[in-house]
Design a protein around this ligand. Structure first.
Ligand SMILES: Nc1ncnc2c1ncn2[C@@H]1O[C@H](COP(=O)(O)OP(=O)(O)OP(=O)(O)O)[C@@H](O)[C@H]1O
Length: 232
């Protein structure tokens, strides 16, 4: 963990961000920054707006007002909550991870040798290479989650957004994901992850605590998490 200086330009800054589903406001006037090449943990109770914030950062949910400023124009990688992906997709693990390369391929989505190397490397890092030919719907929930993280990494984004990547996973899977994210950060990626795992949040470099769509604390995890009630 590194102390952040105020001068460091963030990878993303949101100012006065408000987001709505229909007429329901779920993020209110949020102003926060996401330090470049660091891990930011989003914590807060169920329904506090963590996934919504990731959706706005991913560009899939337009803000109702306020701004999202990014240092780069590259498409962020987004690893959705496991439950947000249909269980019955008739595609293999390798095909799923290869989808992460689509933005790098031409219109026919032909994978180059390097694309295939990246796909295999990401599967190996997440420990799912031996499952490459298996169908996604024939995997356990934890295996599927690793595949989704591998797909996000295969995209080689400079901003990787993850929605509760380790929820419900065993120790080995959690360690692999943590190690893969550390490697990604060391290679220059900015990581933002929503999590209920306070140990994972404590290992982050920066932490945002949300409650009912509002930012209630932002800063070093040790300081922010001190104000979190157990079980939230
Ligand atoms: N598609 C949607 N349409 C309407 N309301 C939604 C939608 N998605 C989320 N919400 C509502 O927005 C609020 C914030 O939800 P969000 O999923 O962002 O919270 P969260 O902090 O990620 O929760 P959790 O910890 O349970 O994943 C909740 O009140 C939720 O009911």
């Amino acid at each position: 963990m590194r102390q952040l200086s105020d001068e460091e330009e963030p990878a993303v800054a949101v100012r006065g961000l408000t987001a709505r589903y229909g007429r329901r406001t779920v993020l209110s006037e949020l102003t926060a920054r996401f330090p470049r090449r660091r891990v930011t943990a989003l914590v807060g109770p169920n329904g506090s707006g963590k996934s919504t914030l990731l959706g706005v950062l991913a560009g899939v949910l337009p803000p109702a007002s306020g701004s999202v400023e990014r240092a780069s124009a590259r498409r962020p990688g987004f690893v959705p909550q496991r439950g947000a992906v249909p269980d019955s997709l008739p595609i293999t693990v390798r095909e799923t991870v290869a989808m992460g390369r689509w933005a790098h391929c031409g219109p026919w989505r032909r994978l180059s040798k390097r694309d295939r190397e990246v796909v295999d490397g990401c599967m190996a890092r997440l420990g799912v290479l031996d499952l490459a030919a298996r169908r996604l719907d024939a995997l356990s929930g934890g295996q599927r989650q690793r595949v989704l993280v591998a797909r996000g990494l295969a995209q080689e984004p400079d901003l990787l957004l993850l929605d509760e990547p380790a929820t419900g996973l065993d120790l080995d899977a959690r360690r692999r994901i943590a190690a893969a994210l550390e490697e990604a950060v060391a290679a220059g990626v900015t990581v933002v992850q929503a999590t209920h795992d306070l140990d994972a949040a404590a290992r982050a470099d920066h932490c945002l605590l949300l409650d009912e769509g509002r930012l209630v604390a932002e800063g070093p995890p040790a300081v922010v998490l001190a104000s979190v009630a157990p079980g939230s």
